[in-house]
Design a protein around this ligand. Structure first.
Ligand SMILES: *[C@@H]1O[C@H](CO)[C@@H](O)[C@H](O)[C@H]1NC(C)=O
Ligand SMILES: *[C@@H]1O[C@H](CO)[C@@H](O)[C@H](O)[C@H]1NC(C)=O
Ligand SMILES: *[C@@H]1O[C@H](CO)[C@@H](O)[C@H](O)[C@H]1NC(C)=O
Ligand SMILES: *[C@@H]1O[C@H](CO)[C@@H](O)[C@H](O)[C@H]1NC(C)=O
Ligand SMILES: *[C@@H]1O[C@H](CO)[C@@H](O)[C@H](O)[C@H]1NC(C)=O
Ligand SMILES: CC(=O)N[C@H]1CO[C@H](CO)[C@@H](O)[C@@H]1O
Length: 488
């Protein structure tokens, strides 16, 4: 047993039980402080939610097997007190919770599962040990002069960054459903929606205010970092921030731990661990109607109203179906007849983030609509005669915002081939749905957990109450939580 270094009492316990693959649950709480070459672990069938493998010096964070959807497995770093996952090696491509799945360290940290064809590794070859730092950063280190770091999870964030973690232009924080991501641009921070077919659209943008430091061209890319002083900062080379997005606890003493996450509804939210619960203390988008798709395809979000409605006033918004099936792909290509769509018009609507959208100038509504009609990549056009702006939508129509200004007119293409659509959408949605089901099951688990705890509040529950109710799409699938195997 020279693979892992443990406090001596634990070593004795482990030696007693190490030949037994189904350890008593009291042993599931023991986890190493360091993994050495030769280490290997497989999931234990009796563990219901999390099997710890490696922890930091204080036991605040733990690397282990996270059990999802009954029989699936993610290798994850969680915050122990809340069971909240902060990082995952394989957030989308899950392994199976079975004996065929193995985590081992041979210089590289490797997780392999022939059943689901998963082979993930740190690709490090000559690492000497794996440690989990007190910041939640998982590192593969090499012996030598200064114990150099050859791989760290902080360089490969999933949907979350924690305080003091550098978020650079080569990274992306992708929501669990795979639809939204936060990324750094050359001189801004942005949120992007990804559409089927792979195209991206920027829907939220934050440009540094440069109050304390200025961007110097040629000084390299900018990056972001959460400061323990309570803000999300952008930096270049100076230690002074180019920009400060304040959290609610800005400069208030003693926030225990901060994180920022891209949520499945497309918002970017910041949370503070106050010792017993995660408190929402920052969000990039405050108004529900400014989110990318709060009412679903062909939906209408009216600021101030408490309900979603539909662009087609003959359709009523009802979850989970929403207004209309999502369109897919484009209306181009052979085999797509000219009459493959019908046109829906609606007055008093506009795109949520029109200031970030491409537009053409048109001197009449007819010209604007004509441009869209002639272009098979166009799904819709929105015209405002007072400015002459014609916004062109080049992806399937999502939620629009109600303005009350009747001279803003929307023109939308709706696919006719409902039958064909159902088939083809089935394939695309199948992929998305897989992820949504994951989120839903996680949501159910977290609900169950809160219920059993006697109604304790989880992250997102209390703060997101405002978004529940009619805004069904916004209900927080965002709260991923699991029950620790050592919590009873
Ligand atoms: C570690 O294991 C992986 C997966 O089996 C293999 O590809 C890799 O070459 C091994 N690395 C070393 C240093 O043996
Ligand atoms: C976290 O670990 C680092 C060394 O890895 C140490 O310098 C620091 O003091 C630790 N943090 C706390 C709060 O003890
Ligand atoms: C983040 O970047 C700063 C400045 O480059 C560096 O000093 C610091 O060590 C980095 N932090 C981590 C956790 O890598
Ligand atoms: C629905 O919209 C059409 C066209 O804009 C309009 O003529 C009709 O009166 C509307 N119906 C209702 C019930 O609002
Ligand atoms: C825009 O259209 C509205 C009616 O649709 C009309 O009353 C108004 O005069 C038009 N404005 C301009 C600048 O053409
Ligand atoms: C973020 C977090 O949970 N921090 C905890 C780490 O452990 C110490 C000591 O147990 C706690 O005081 C911190 O709250």
């Amino acid at each position: 047993m020279d693979y892992i270094r443990l406090p001596s009492t634990l070593i004795i316990l482990l030696l007693v039980f190490s030949s037994d693959t189904t350890w008593p649950s009291c042993l599931a709480v023991t986890s190493a402080q360091e993994l050495l070459k030769g280490f290997s672990a497989t999931p234990v069938s009796s563990v219901s939610s999390f099997q710890p493998i490696l922890s930091d010096q204080f036991g605040n964070f733990s690397l282990g097997f996270l059990r999802l959807n009954r029989n699936q497995l993610a290798l994850a770093v969680i915050h122990v007190a809340s069971s909240e996952p902060l990082w995952s090696a394989n957030p989308i491509h899950l392994a199976s919770w079975s004996q065929s799945t193995r985590l081992f360290f041979n210089g590289s940290l490797v997780i392999s599962d022939p059943e689901t064809d998963l082979l993930w590794s740190t690709a490090t070859h000559d690492g000497d040990r794996v440690v989990l730092l007190n910041t939640s950063n998982l590192q593969v280190q090499k012996n030598g002069d200064s114990g150099s770091v050859i791989w760290q999870s902080f360089d490969f964030p999933t949907n979350t960054i924690v305080q003091d973690q550098n978020f650079t232009a080569s990274m992306a924080l992708v929501s669990l459903n795979g639809l939204y991501s936060m990324r750094m641009g050359a001189d801004f921070m942005g949120l992007y929606a990804t559409y089927t077919g792979g195209s991206d659209e920027l829907y939220w943008k934050r440009t540094p205010l440069e109050a304390k430091a200025e961007i110097v061209e040629g000084d390299g890319p900018i990056y972001a970092r959460i400061s323990s002083d309570g803000y999300l900062g952008m930096y270049q080379t100076s230690t002074k921030p180019l920009d400060v997005q304040k959290f609610k606890n800005f400069q208030r003493p003693n926030p225990l731990f901060l994180m920022v996450r891209t949520e499945p509804d497309g918002n970017l939210k910041g949370y503070c661990w106050d010792g017993s619960t995660w408190v929402l203390n920052y969000q990039a988008i405050d108004d529900i109607c400014e989110l990318p798709n709060p009412c679903g395809s062909y939906g209408l979000c009216t600021p101030g109203a408490s309900e979603c409605s539909c662009l087609d006033n003959r359709t009523s918004y009802s979850s989970p179906g929403g207004c209309m099936k999502e369109g897919y792909g484009d209306l181009c290509g052979s085999g797509i007849a000219e009459d493959s769509y019908w046109v829906l018009r609606r007055r008093g609507v506009e795109p949520a983030h029109k200031e970030l959208m491409r537009y053409e100038m048109a001197n009449s509504l007819e010209k604007c609509e004509g441009m869209c009609e002639d272009d098979c990549r166009c799904w819709g056009a929105l015209y405002y005669n007072a400015t002459g702006y014609c916004y062109v939508v080049e992806h399937p129509i999502q939620t629009m915002v109600g303005t009350g200004v009747e001279s803003k007119v929307g023109y939308f293409k709706v696919r006719k081939d409902a039958r064909g659509q159902r088939k083809r959408v089935g394939m695309v949605v199948g992929i998305v749905l897989g992820v949504v089901v994951v989120a839903a099951v996680i949501g159910a688990v977290s609900y169950e957990r809160r219920r059993r705890r006697g109604g304790g509040k989880g992250m997102g529950e209390e703060e997101d109450r405002v978004t529940s109710g009619p805004y069904k799409n916004l209900e927080s699938a965002s709260f991923r939580s699991i029950e620790m195997s050592n919590s009873h």
